[in-house]
Design a protein around this ligand. Structure first.
Ligand SMILES: *Cc1c(COP(=O)(O)O)cnc(C)c1O
Length: 423
């Protein structure tokens, strides 16, 4: 299998003539197709709702596309809440799944009617003190600890994760919340990241559905929704099979029918908070080869750097690379593809086998649509790139301009010298 860019070289050159590289480009067609498919996969559940994880791709233009498919916003900070509010997502359209939360952010979330998902039992008190009384609807994040396994393979290590409440705390929290007047309850858990298997959601759902039945029996809590959160992954490597969301939907339904329906809980709504799955494959970082260096290794220097895409530097993550126009050329060169940061981990690829690269070639880095631009930073005084939407009709639109030096110096505006810097 090979990964094929969603845009042609000709189109990219046309865009680059208007908006110079580097930039992130997003594929409206792919975003729409995938969002429709997710909706279809869970159509059997009456209250189903995807709350897009805003942190993955915090661009109001892109999230507005998802809103057309009934998606809400999953936020974990006040600025993410503000972004959601700005595009009309308020009330039940917003899930506030934050941790280590400042009281002022609970207040902001509550003021816009967001559903609050508590990460810790101590937050019940803090929330009550902050708001005067608890909201009628409230959710808790669960962390069963230990290792999260599917069949015999270890998917992740919740026992080592800072998130959520233990089983005992969850029961205690539900009792306290009920006593304090909460009427509608939700349960949330995120136990494994970037899972490329159709088994993750059904396995997680079983854990959550079983605990929901017990919570309902033992505390009398009226459980309205169960939030399967994020974690459905994408195949970054070209040889991996993508998840089949319809199959995942069927898998969750089977567990729902097995556990919730017989318990008289067949009206529980299912929520998701997908980020990567919704946007990851539908974004790419487009950059140009600008330097070639032959020392102890062969290096290709590009005009993007880890500031534009941090995942390879931070996690050693694989992102597939296509040299535009050389899709059919023989892959007979081994390169490190690097950015310009004074940081040796600023490499998009190490020992990658690629066609011969010439200066000026457009380099297409795949699957940057989620946790790509969003994780950017300003090390070495590097500026964040533009974001461009490739529309379904083939036209393109700037949906975020590139930063300029004025943006970089903006936070010094209280100092005298700032005035001269940009002259
Ligand atoms: C990051 C995050 C998500 C989205 O995760 P993906 O891996 O992008 O699906 C969802 N919910 C919460 C609370 C998160 O922190």
């Amino acid at each position: 299998m090979n990964k094929i860019p969603f845009v042609t070289k000709g189109k990219l050159e046309e865009i680059a003539a208007v908006y110079p590289t580097p930039f992130h480009i997003y594929d409206e067609t792919g975003i729409r197709k995938n969002a429709a498919l997710l909706k279809q996969a869970f159509a059997w559940n009456k209250g189903f709702k995807e709350y897009f994880a805003v942190k993955a791709t915090p661009n109001p233009f892109l999230i507005s596309i998802l809103r057309e498919y009934g998606c809400g916003c999953d936020c974990s900070s006040v600025t993410e809440l503000m972004l959601s509010k700005a595009i009309g997502a308020v009330g039940d359209d917003v899930m506030f799944s934050s941790n280590d939360t400042p009281a002022s952010e609970f207040q902001f979330a509550n003021d816009m009617g967001a559903i609050i998902n508590l990460d810790d039992i101590t937050h019940i008190d803090i929330l009550e003190k902050t708001l005067g009384k608890l909201p009628k609807k409230l959710s808790c994040r669960y962390n069963p600890g230990g290792l999260f396994k599917i069949s015999n393979s270890i998917m992740d290590n919740p026992g080592d994760a800072k998130y959520g409440m233990t089983t005992e705390q969850l029961f205690e929290a539900f009792r306290i919340m009920k006593e304090k007047g909460v009427e509608e309850f939700g349960i949330h858990a995120f136990l494994a990241s970037n899972t490329v298997t159709n088994e993750y959601y059904p396995t997680l759902a079983k854990v959550l559905f079983e605990i929901a039945v017990r919570l309902n029996r033992e505390t009398g809590a009226n459980i309205k929704f169960i939030n399967l959160s994020g974690g459905i992954g994408i195949p970054y490597q070209p040889d991996r099979e993508p998840n089949d969301i319809l199959e995942i939907g069927r898998g969750v339904k089977a567990v729902y029918d097995e556990i919730l329906v017989p318990a008289g809980m067949g009206d529980v709504s299912l929520f998701t908070e997908l980020g990567r799955f919704m946007m990851g494959p539908y974004g790419a970082l487009v950059t140009r080869a600008i330097n070639q260096k032959h020392t102890h290794k062969e290096y290709i220097g590009v005009d993007a750097c880890a500031v534009n895409l941090m995942r390879p530097a931070m996690y050693g993550a694989y992102h597939h690379i296509t040299v535009m126009g050389k899709e059919n050329a023989p892959c007979d060169h081994k390169y490190d593809v690097t950015g310009s940061l004074c940081e040796n981990n600023d490499k998009f690829a190490i020992d990658r086998i690629l066609p011969e690269i010439q200066m000026g070639d457009l380099i297409y880095i795949h699957d940057t649509g989620a946790h790509g631009f969003a994780m950017g930073y300003n090390y070495n005084g590097k500026l964040k790139s533009a974001e461009i939407l490739l529309k379904t009709d083939g036209s393109f639109e700037l949906i975020r301009r590139a930063e300029t030096p004025a943006d970089y110096f903006r936070t010094f505006d209280c100092f005298e010298f700032y005035k001269d810097v940009l002259k």
